[in-house]
Design a protein around this ligand. Structure first.
Ligand SMILES: CC(C)(COP(=O)(O)OP(=O)(O)OC[C@H]1O[C@@H](n2cnc3c(N)ncnc32)[C@H](O)[C@@H]1OP(=O)(O)O)[C@@H](O)C(=O)NCCC(=O)NCCS
Length: 230
């Protein structure tokens, strides 16, 4: 796919990004810079008190999504904190899954046998190899590698340059830190956090924080109690 020359074909779908922090702004630039089939309309975020116009686009509080649903508008969450992603999707039950966009950077490699969920986006230079399944509302960030047959859940963040060797299983609402490596065949339990640069050589239990090389895991149950309903 080529970078956009002079905007803007009429058959693009309208896109609203939920989250106007650094991931949201990164995604906005990606949408505006490349022809990915979407036109950026605006941001929704809890940090914004009142709806306002910003040139051609807008910013509004999350609840504004109710009005937007009446139009043919698509949504995507771009929020680093995976627990917040999970909570926000639960707060917005009126948005059906098919109204969440799947966005893939043109400089990412996604094998034709891979399956990518709704509301998930894949950044530049990420590589997703054969038989990989990625759930909904997950982000696979710059330069990360997800090798063969791995299964990534929903509300997961795969940070830049993380490497998941083949057949790795990352469960829902987990955060895999920048530059970490997880060797083949391992499972990361739900709501776990793998620290930046960690080398994971054993399965990680749910609700764990795993750091270091080799990674040592400890419980983070207190921090994740509010999403125990998963
Ligand atoms: C693991 C992590 C969440 C810990 O954050 P934190 O709770 O604020 O931890 P602190 O910075 O208070 O450090 C606590 C201890 O853990 C150590 N530590 C923190 N992160 C570490 C890491 N990634 N690897 C090894 N040790 C780490 C600190 O040195 C400190 O050790 P000490 O108690 O002996 O001094 C964080 O450091 C991290 O790795 N985050 C991921 C960042 C990332 O990948 N971002 C990508 C964004 S897209």
């Amino acid at each position: 796919m080529k970078p956009l020359q002079q905007n803007d074909s009429k058959d693009k779908k309208n896109l609203v990004i939920i989250g106007c922090g650094s991931q949201g702004r990164m995604l906005k630039n990606m949408i505006e810079q490349y022809d990915l089939g979407y036109r950026f309309l605006g941001f929704l975020d809890d940090q914004i008190e009142f709806p306002s116009k910003k040139g051609e686009t807008f910013e509004a509080p999350l609840e504004y999504s109710e009005f937007l649903l009446q139009e043919e508008i698509y949504f995507v969450l771009a929020i680093g904190k995976v627990e917040d992603r999970f909570q926000i999707v639960r707060r917005l039950p009126a948005i059906p899954l098919e109204r969440y966009a799947t966005i893939i950077h043109p400089h990412a490699y996604v094998d034709q046998t891979a399956e990518i969920g709704a509301g998930t986006y894949i950044s530049a230079n990420a590589a997703i190899m054969h038989g990989v399944k990625v759930g909904h509302h997950t982000s696979v960030l710059t330069g990360s590698i997800i090798e063969y047959e791995s299964q990534i859940g929903s509300f997961v963040n795969i940070s830049p340059n993380a490497t998941l060797c083949g057949n790795v299983n990352v469960n829902d609402v987990s955060f895999i830190g920048a530059g970490s490596s997880i060797i083949q065949g391992l499972t990361v339990g739900k709501r776990s956090l793998v620290g930046a640069g960690a080398t994971v050589i054993h399965d990680i239990a749910p609700d764990s924080l795993a750091i270091g090389t080799p990674a040592v895991a400890k419980s983070r149950k207190k921090r994740t109690r509010f999403i125990q309903c998963l």
